[in-house]
Write a protein that binds this ligand. Structure first.
Ligand code: DLL
Length: 433
């Protein structure tokens, strides 16, 4: 089933819709968004200069810094009294980036997520258990409204408390699971440890996974644990642009279909900003063309991928993006939460008794991301005082939890025991790769 006719437009129809919406959005930005108007003026471009889709590349980029510099509401393109919801995502420093939605934006978001859910095999007969954290994260409420719109029964289980999740899965006879792929694998492992075989004893047949990437080996593991007949798809999104609803895999599993009537994708060279020819790998840049609250133009996602233009067997005509290969910045995605090493450094620098040398080790244990931070003490005498050492570790852990929104293990180590670097310090060791 295909949810919307806009997923099957001819190229000509899609491009004329995109151009019409792009012009409207650029006009809106020019009139209502002062920081972007300034950027356009600096680039010597006015709304009437946008005559074809080719002209998109003349428009200036938008970055996370633009949102951060105008924190919290300065980048909205609608008067604040028309905004009915805000979400937030972590920024490179302590402050998050804030996203605002008008009522119409919420309706659009719902529609786009419904498309993604249908692409991944969801139906109105599903009982959908949502295991994303409800809160400022866009994942939970995004999928929630999309699946309700489809007519499925939605169970807002949120994340964590895995044994209870398994009880819900069993008792509610949930048929569809929404989670990060790593959490879905973890749930299956815990279920098995409880003597429940997810493939036989649970009814989950569809997994809509997102917020982080799914590798082919994770997908294989998903089939092994949840059953060979499970429909395993991933979808992609980003808070600043909307949340989930940007793109998703159909059951052909040949890349994620982009909701192109709402988002125009480009691939650029992350070093030079130059637009790359069709089919080349580079940084994904997205322009929102159907939003009111926060329509970002040429937003640099920092995610590395490639676009696929060939027709898909499912019948959708939209451009697809391949699985994300990595990022062009140093952002880590840990259990679906975005973490910048600079956020960790900022916390550590404010704690007395520890030095400036630290190492961040990210690993995957029992399918769950684990983050450990080793920090050097200033003074080795502390190493002998167990109670002081644990109190300091707890203090750092607490401060990190407040800033990152997730718990990290902290290990204090002797002065001068961590690696030193002659060039750029390599502070992050990501063992998941
Ligand atoms: O993760 C939105 C989302 C929620 C999408 C739930 C899908 C499902 P943020 O918290 O702002 O938003 O994080 C966005 O997460 O730039 C990617 O680096 C990463 N990411 C999200 N989905 C995928 C995916 C949500 N399917 C950042 N594959 C993005 C790889 C993904 N990375």
């Amino acid at each position: 089933m295909i949810w919307s006719k806009n997923e099957t437009l001819t190229r000509g129809e899609m491009e004329s819709l995109q151009l019409e919406r792009l012009k409207e959005t650029v006009n809106r930005m020019y009139e209502k968004n002062e920081p972007y108007r300034k950027k356009m003026s600096e680039a010597g471009i006015r709304p009437e200069d946008i005559r074809s889709l080719e002209d998109l590349k003349r428009l200036p980029f938008t970055t996370k810094d633009d949102l951060r510099d105008n924190y919290p509401y300065g980048y909205f393109s609608t008067p604040k009294n028309e905004i009915v919801r805000i979400h937030a995502s972590s920024g490179t420093t302590g402050k998050p980036t804030v996203v605002g939605y008008t009522r119409k934006d919420l309706e659009t978001w719902t529609e786009l997520v419904t498309r993604i859910a249908v692409m991944g095999g969801a139906t109105k007969d599903d009982i959908a258990q949502i295991c994303f954290g409800y809160g400022m994260f866009t994942g939970a409420l995004g999928l929630h409204y999309g699946l309700e719109n489809l007519g499925a029964i939605v169970a807002p289980a949120s994340s964590g408390n895995t044994e209870k999740q398994i009880m819900y899965l069993k008792d509610f006879e949930s048929t569809l699971l929404v989670a990060t792929p790593s959490y879905a694998l973890h749930i299956a492992e815990v279920a098995r440890a409880m003597g429940i075989d997810p493939a036989k004893d649970l009814k989950v047949k569809t997994g809509l996974f997102g917020g982080e990437g799914i590798t082919e080996s994770m997908r294989e593991e998903m089939y092994r644990l949840w059953g060979r007949d499970m429909k395993v798809t991933q979808n992609y999104g980003m808070s600043e642009l909307m949340g989930p609803g940007i793109s998703g895999e159909c059951l052909e599993l040949q890349g994620m279909h982009i909701n192109e009537d709402n988002f125009i994708p480009e691939i650029i060279n992350p070093e030079t900003g130059e637009v790359l020819p069709a089919g080349e790998e580079g940084e994904l840049v997205i322009s929102c063309i159907n939003k009111e609250g926060l329509p970002l133009i040429r937003y640099r996602t920092k995610d590395i991928t490639r676009l696929v233009n060939e027709p898909c067997k499912c019948g959708r005509t939209t451009v697809r993006m391949e699985s994300i290969k990595g990022r062009s910045d140093d952002m880590l995605v840990i259990r679906g939460v975005n973490v910048f090493p600079s956020q960790i450094e900022e916390v550590l620098l404010k704690v007395s008794g520890i030095g400036p040398h630290y190492e961040i080790i990210v690993d995957r244990v029992n399918h769950l991301d684990n983050i450990e931070i080793k920090v050097e003490l200033c003074d080795d005498n502390k190493l002998d005082l167990y109670s002081q050492l644990t109190a300091l570790e707890e203090e750092i852990k607490h401060k990190l939890r407040v800033v990152l929104g997730l718990s990290a293990n902290v290990k204090l180590v002797a002065p001068h025991s961590l690696r030193r670097f002659e060039g750029k310090a390599k502070r992050v060791v990501d063992l998941r790769k």
